[in-house]
Design a protein around this ligand. Structure first.
Ligand code: 6PG
Length: 244
């Protein structure tokens, strides 16, 4: 059965990031105990910065970080040195602060000029690391996601072609409003995860959070995330939950 959202509301962004860090580490510890590794896909945007900083500040001894494998659920079509790069933000606030073996960091090669080729290259990387049975999808232990004010998640934006993708794991998605491609996981990968955690902060998201969690007919991109055999957490701060 597709998972129903488990919603938790926290008093402040600080409480939200602390709870997110605790959940990150408890899922990670269990995955490493059971499978020797923790495969996690990081989200982009600005909200996760608070989580990454919290992990470094208070949770650096909570996980054997050499057993954590890092991926991204989406990326902007820019090189890793670009200020817009999701990889760059995570590297500056998390990865470079913890002793992560470089061969456990699988960033999206978004510097490749052809966005479609970048998506294909990343799918090939996932195939080599996960080696799932033919016809099945990679199962992440945890996928972190955010939500935009328009209800997009990862780089699955309203009205874009990637929303319909059923086969490919990673695609280049043209986003008209930004006149650019984004490289993003598709729903089959998001919904194959053992755990998905939305981390959403701020009053500017309240209206869309309200629609996403109370109006199933809204058909928002974030509503398409329902792990088929996993858990779905919506971690919100009070401002983001104001319309619930
Ligand atoms: C990206 C993201 C995107 C993000 C939302 C929320 O690359 O931008 O993956 O889906 O999570 O846009 O962004 P903020 O956290 O900045 O509000």
């Amino acid at each position: 059965m597709p998972a129903e959202p488990q919603v938790r509301v926290f008093a402040s962004p600080e409480h939200l990031f602390r709870a997110g860090a605790e959940r990150f580490c408890s899922i990670g510890s269990q995955a490493i105990r059971e499978r020797g590794r923790f495969a996690v896909a990081l989200s982009g945007g600005s909200t996760p910065r608070g989580l990454y900083e919290e992990l470094v500040r208070d949770f650096s001894s909570q996980l054997p970080w050499q057993n954590v494998f890092f991926f991204w659920s989406d990326e902007r079509h820019v090189p890793p040195s670009d200020p817009e790069s999701n990889y760059r933000m995570a590297n500056e606030t998390l990865l470079s602060r913890l002793s992560i073996p470089s061969d456990h960091i699988f960033r999206i090669p978004a510097e490749i000029p052809n966005a479609g080729a970048a998506a294909q290259a990343y799918e090939q990387t996932l195939r080599e690391v996960f080696r799932p049975a033919p016809g099945s999808f990679p199962r992440f232990d945890l996928i972190l996601l955010g939500m935009g004010p328009d209800g997009h998640t990862a780089s699955l934006f309203p009205g874009t072609t990637a929303l319909e993708e059923k086969q490919h794991w990673v695609v280049a998605n043209w986003v008209e409003k930004f006149s650019t491609f984004r490289i993003t996981f598709t729903y089959p990968v998001l919904n194959c995860a053992a755990s998905v955690m939305f981390l959403i902060s701020g009053g500017d998201k309240a209206a869309m959070v309200g629609r996403a969690l109370k109006d199933s007919a809204s058909n928002l991109p974030c509503q398409g995330v329902k792990p088929v055999d996993g858990e779905l957490n919506w971690f919100l701060d009070q401002a983001a939950a104001a319309k619930l």
